[in-house]
Design a protein around this ligand. Sequence first.
Ligand code: SF4
Length: 1013
Amino acid sequence: MSGKDKELKMSRRSFVKNAAAMAAGAAGAAVVGFSSPEAEASEKFTSPRDVQDIAETLKDKNVKVVHSVCLGCNARCGTRVLTKDGRLIGNYGNPYHPYNTRFAPIAYDMPVKESLLHSGSVCGKSKESRNYAYNPYRLIKPLKRSGPRGSGKFEPIEWEQMIKEIAEGGALFEHIGEKRMIEGVKALNSDKLIDAGAPELGTVRNGFIFIGGRDQNARKEFSDRFVKGALGSCNRIGHTDICGIGFRMGNWIMSNKKEVEFKADPVNSEFIAVFGANIYEALQPGINTYGATVANRNSKGEVRFIIVDPRATNASVHSEDWIAVQPTRDGALAMGMLRWIIDNNRYNGAFLAAPNTEAASKAGFACFTNASYLVITDPAHKNYRKFLRVADINANADEKESKDPVVADSAGMFASALKTEKANLLFSGTVKDSSGKSVSVKSAFVLMREGVFKFTVDEYAEKAGVKTADIVKLADRFTSNGTKSAVTQYHGAGNYIGGTYAAYAVAVLNALVGSVDRKGGYMKAGGGAGKWNTGIYDLALFEGARKPSGPVISREKFAYEKTTEFKKNGYPAKRPWFPMSVGGLCVEAMSGIDQKYPYPCKILMTYFFNPVYSIPGGYRYKETLSDTEKVPLHVSIDITVNESNIFADYIVPDVVYSEGHYGFLTPHAPASRFTGIRTPAVEPVTGKTKDGRHFSEETFLIDLAIASGLPGFGENAIKDKNGNMFPLKKAEDFYLRAISNLADSAKVPEASDEETAFVEKNYPVAGFKNMLSASEWKKVCYALARGGVFNTSYNDVFTGENHKFGIKEILLYSEELALTKNSITGENFSGTLKYVQPVTPKGRNIDEIDKEYPFSVITYKMNVHAQSRTHFHKWSMELFPENYIEMNDKDAATLGIRDMDSVRLISASNKDGITGKVKVTKLVRKGCLGISNHYGHTQMGASDLPISKAREVFYGGKAVAEKDRLIGNKKLGSGLQFNNVARLDEDFGNTPMVDVVGGTPDFSSTRVKVIRL
Ligand code: SF4
């Protein structure tokens, strides 16, 4: 066994030990209950201080330590990264970081030397960071396609040549028989309109489309700088939709488009209704944060919860109940709860009736609702669906007051909502307008109640596929803890067609008990510790920066009614538009590219983005990406060849998170206020440019911008507050100044000489310290040495019981949504809650049209995996070499299927289907199949590829390559990927199904047949 292997074996034991410790602790607490000696023992056993080793740096003086932030998933935990001889050797938790310490970190001013005696927890995914970084299928040189798209034929290309070709375009593939002329970046740097007949579509700049996978704060802004600021394209699109936009849309509507992230307070809540959230295995904050905190408090009897999920997650072992809701019916269940709560007068009337901030504050709350605002319900009125405003009833109102919404007050008078202390929640009647005419109005609460009262609790139970008693018990439990009850909803609760209204109903449950932004309630995050992109250095703006215009190709945040197409053709639009969406619609971006709608793509640049693998129905995009008419030039930035960039023209090698991915990571909901700083722990393994910069996204965008003559990069690109100019020629020119901005803004002190020396010895970024003044560098060292700025505690975000940084207004009726039209039907959306049967934008009910496919399918994340890349985690793959099709034991008995039988799943859209092994279980709802993500790769090391000089191109060299061939490892392709059988929407060019309000991709409506093999 080599030294390296020995090192990995030892770490694997540590990985298993830690995983076992967490599991055993959780199981012990489950069996014993709370406040017993065993529970106390399990408390110690599961303490983050005890389950992971103290940093090895104390044992070996040659080991270096860097406090940074993990990116094993998007949960943003801190890390203590250990390196030796320039290589990663271990990953631990950062004890300064609240997420590694169950919200109880060591004091921020504790000297770093002392901090090394403390530890913190990280999950198994983070432990594998070195397996991820040193996986042999990593690209270290850029590739250019040398065969037809999708053939996998590539050859290495010199960096400078690649930059020149992408900037200038031309007959780039003439040598392999493709005569077409390709437009490079320079050609798109023009103010020529895409279509002079439809000027609202913007200029040809919008033909440049950048879709980003996992890019967090800072890297996101870096690519924004190139795409939006320098080139002027509006098309820099994230991936919020596949990450989980469903529940976010519910929060977005409820918070009047102010916030998307809310969760039940894990530290102070007494009861949590968990909707479609895998709290012990896959939530943000991570499993060692949120899950561990809830599990620990549950073991002591401090918090109870009920799981609503078609599949029993690991947390179900601690749950009072597991309600196995039918997939896509979380909304029905929430509406049933709302019905029961209203029927039984169990809502918080004092909270709901306070119509403005001052009134809410007097009643003891941080925010108010618009429940009492009157809405004009007369269809003949010019302001139908809008709020009644003071100007409607008083022509002489002063200008300021005239726009105020109107409420009926407790004395039966109509008045400005902003000047009333206690309003009538239940008003429904008429009001005389300023001309003396009667106008029918209803309060937002009454309208919401009408929406909820469309069905009885029994009927909602039937729709949700649960017992009435389940809904009643959950509603009763939820309303029995004052404002210390809240929901934690996540991807399962709304990631499907119809998901916006489902997630909105789930979110409004919190408003009904008055727990929004209350201690123990439904809370947003507390924000960051300071600003990083402005301050000493202006990293947000630069001379020559453009202001993009026009609709994004995914049609998010843009109304169809503003287009020339609408003026000519009216409804329906060719594809849906999503003016109310929170955005980040990579699925509709890909479908827009496929359909050249609303305009064609010229250059597609993808960053860590694998749509073919990661999108339900993404297999459809193989056709899109193969077509040089639809995608004339495709450049992918990635660490490997994946299922999507195998169709690309160029692949640019990137760094992994331990090598780069500088970032400023603020908390997820709930509460807390901090900024973690991600900084490299080791030098990248990627190749270098002639001037010594490692190949990475930043190096590529800088060089491409300079070669294309774009502003914002190169000499004199960054201005400081005194007007001095600095270059942007390498990643650190941007990021090190950003860290300096943050340290200054957050008012961190200067580091001592000892701590400055610690950073200079351990942190690779110290090699660039001369770009800062001595004082700036010392402040940067203080923050870097601790992995960020963590100078507040969890409860510092509260004043009394209220969240200081919470939202101000909760909507029970969204006027904006009520005035927005469905771009397919031309009908207005409902402005308040409504039960929506999951249907496609053209109204197809999948349950009916696919009824001969008897099983619905849901997917989920395992605790040792994140999304598509963790099959490179070798220890996880040893523990769980493949995934399974989880089937209820009664269904298995009916079909005569036994454990580990092989079956084929086919859907209406994919009759070839996918194959896998069945795991028979009681832990998934009857009629539903559960399949974990992460498996079933065909690329990313799983297949041989005809790549020239493969030994020079891949990090593993000879171990994975012959002369002109990459040799795949079949184990990396084990298991199955559900997305390959997901249903498509035949009304829109057979592209993946999406929700018509939010653009949410559908993860749960596909129905399949199970064929035994
Ligand atoms: S949950 Fe695990 S993988 Fe995700 S950020 Fe935290 S430690 Fe890293």
